[in-house]
Ligand binder design. Structure first.
Ligand code: RB5
Length: 151
């Protein structure tokens, strides 16, 4: 399993801690698409880079972090095929995998403490997509993307 990780300047230390946590806890390879420099870094760059890596199959899933998790998730969700959830608690993270087959997770370094963030990551990584009735809705989301491409 390969996880793409991305962040802006607000979330550098957070990214490093989550990166180490995933490697130590799960033994997954983590690929870094975020900034490691303190200068301002526009979050859409990292959101798009991780999203493209997920869609191309270069990584299996993506985790993106900015101040709130909102901006970077909005950018990621502009990439066709991405279903990125912004979470502040583990319940939505797990359900987003089970029901929405999310392939990216976002959270805010200024919103959730690092231990809660690890719980969110655990819930999200352990959630298994259930398919069945949920696939109809996932297909409908894909159809929205296709209609947008036709415009
Ligand atoms: C950067 O100041 C901040 O806007 C960014 O980290 C994020 O919170 C945006 O959604």
């Amino acid at each position: 399993m390969k996880i793409g990780i991305g962040n802006d300047h607000v979330a550098i230390e957070y990214k490093k801690e989550i990166w180490a946590y995933i490697e130590e806890t799960y033994g997954y390879e983590v690929v870094n698409f975020g900034t490691d420099r303190p200068e301002r870094f526009n979050y859409p760059i990292a959101g798009e880079a991780v999203a493209n890596a997920v869609v191309s199959g270069a990584v299996d899933k993506g985790i993106v972090i900015c101040g709130t998790g909102v901006g970077i998730s909005l950018a990621a969700n502009k990439v066709n095929g991405i279903r990125c959830v912004t979470c502040s608690e583990p319940y939505s993270a797990q359900l987003s995998r089970q029901h929405n087959d999310t392939n990216m997770l976002a959270f805010g370094a200024r919103v959730v403490g690092i231990e809660l963030a690890k719980m969110i990551v655990d819930a999200w990584l352990s959630g298994e997509y259930e398919g069945g009735r949920h696939q109809t809705r996932i297909d409908m989301i894909r159809e929205i993307e296709e209609r947008q491409c036709e415009k």
